[in-house]
Write a protein that binds this ligand. Structure first.
Ligand SMILES: Nc1ncnc2c1ncn2[C@@H]1O[C@H](COP(=O)(O)OP(=O)(O)OP(=O)(O)O)[C@@H](O)[C@H]1O
Ligand SMILES: [Mg+2]
Length: 340
């Protein structure tokens, strides 16, 4: 088992700073997700932990050991990439066995390990096939099998599910989650998919521009976003950010210029204790269990998600209630959250 600590870790490519003075303490056995838009430094961070990219500045520790300059093969980490890079001429069994073979593990022991991994990943009937005889999801499971077979204490995964179709992605997601519960190893998982991050992570580090914007549990990130970037990055449909004074909790100091965040789902029928707003319904999009609405509010338009039994029609004026305690308040200049 290993805890991973990054202290002021920086990566520069010439005059591009890909990762800027990153401080991150990943606990032993934790499932840490690095989440952020394209180019924010996720892969670079993961590659520095793996030893595949040199660290320009700062210190990397595995437990108390300084591994900043340690070559990759001495780090005891397993990597799973977006492309599975299986050996096309080897069978599934040989692909999974490969890391053990490299380490000259005795044959009987390899066979036992491969059988165990195949069982866990439901690959047993496929052990004799070659990669070109497998579906995308099966190949990705073989790649996972190859990573777990030598029981590393650290797993590094870079968008491992992004090549799979939506259904397969969901089943692989729960497989990875179950694998983490079972192995109790430290996982560092890179994705730009917020749903993947929210369902898998013990904690999420939301990155932008090579900097961690917020480090918290999925609930913490969603319920108390540190700034408007994090607030907008998580949540589908996106949070409404209102710059006009339509919705202003009483505790916000008079004269302070703020941005108010309203999550689309945080609305109800008008009731006591709620602030009532009303606006013209511009668009109704049924989503099955819920309905998504675009409602004109002053000069802005807000997106709302309401239960399907509200039976709203386009063009009508809808009155809805908002609990002021559920609003998010950000400073208009810094865009940082102002704590209630
Ligand atoms: N070898 C390189 N030389 C120069 N710049 C690089 C190099 N590799 C990455 N970068 C830059 O560093 C920044 C971070 O890249 P990185 O690959 O870590 O992003 P990412 O968050 O993984 O993005 P994505 O979601 O698109 O994979 C980007 O601005 C990228 O252009
Ligand atoms: Mg990447």
């Amino acid at each position: 088992m290993a805890a991973i600590t990054l202290q002021g870790v920086t990566k520069r490519y010439g005059n591009v700073t890909a990762v800027q003075a990153l401080d991150l303490a990943i606990h032993e056995g934790e499932f840490m997700v690095l989440l952020g838009p394209s180019g924010c430094g996720k892969t670079t961070t993961l590659n520095m932990i793996a030893g595949l990219e040199e660290i320009s500045d700062g210190t990397l520790l595995f437990d108390a050991k300084d591994v900043t300059r340690l070559p990759p093969h001495q780090r005891e980490v397993a990597m799973v990439f977006q492309s599975y890079a299986l050996y096309p001429n080897k069978t599934v069994a040989e692909n999974i066995a490969f890391p053990l073979k490299l380490r000259r593990v005795p044959k009987a022991e390899i066979e036992r390990a491969v059988a165990e991994v195949a069982e866990q990943l439901e690959l047993t009937p496929l052990l004799g096939r070659r990669p070109n005889q497998l579906s995308g999801g099966q190949r990705q499971r073989v790649a996972l099998g190859r990573a777990i077979v030598r029981k590393p204490s650290v797993f590094l995964m870079d968008e491992p599910l992004s090549n799979l179709d939506a259904t397969l992605r969901l089943s692989m997601r729960s497989l990875i989650k179950r694998l983490h519960h079972k192995l109790r190893a430290t996982f560092v998982y890179v994705t730009h998919d917020q749903a993947e991050a929210l369902t898998l992570a013990d904690r999420i580090a939301v990155m932008q521009g090579g900097v961690v914007q917020q480090l918290d549990t999925p609930e913490g990130i969603y319920e108390r976003p540190a700034n408007t970037f994090v607030a907008s990055f998580l949540g589908s449909p996106q949070i409404n950010l209102l710059r006009q004074g339509l919705l202003r909790p009483e505790w916000v100091a008079a004269g302070r210029d703020v941005i108010i965040g309203l999550r689309p789902e945080d609305v109800a029928r008008p009731a006591e204790g709620l602030v009532t707003l009303s606006g013209r319904v511009e668009l109704v999009s049924p989503l099955g269990s819920e309905t998504q609405l675009e409602v004109a509010l002053g000069s802005a338009s807000v997106t709302l998600r309401v239960p399907k039994d509200w039976r709203v029609s386009e063009g009508e004026t809808l009155a809805f209630g908002v609990d002021p305690a559920r609003l998010h308040v950000f400073d208009a200049a810094t865009e940082r959250r102002i704590a209630p």
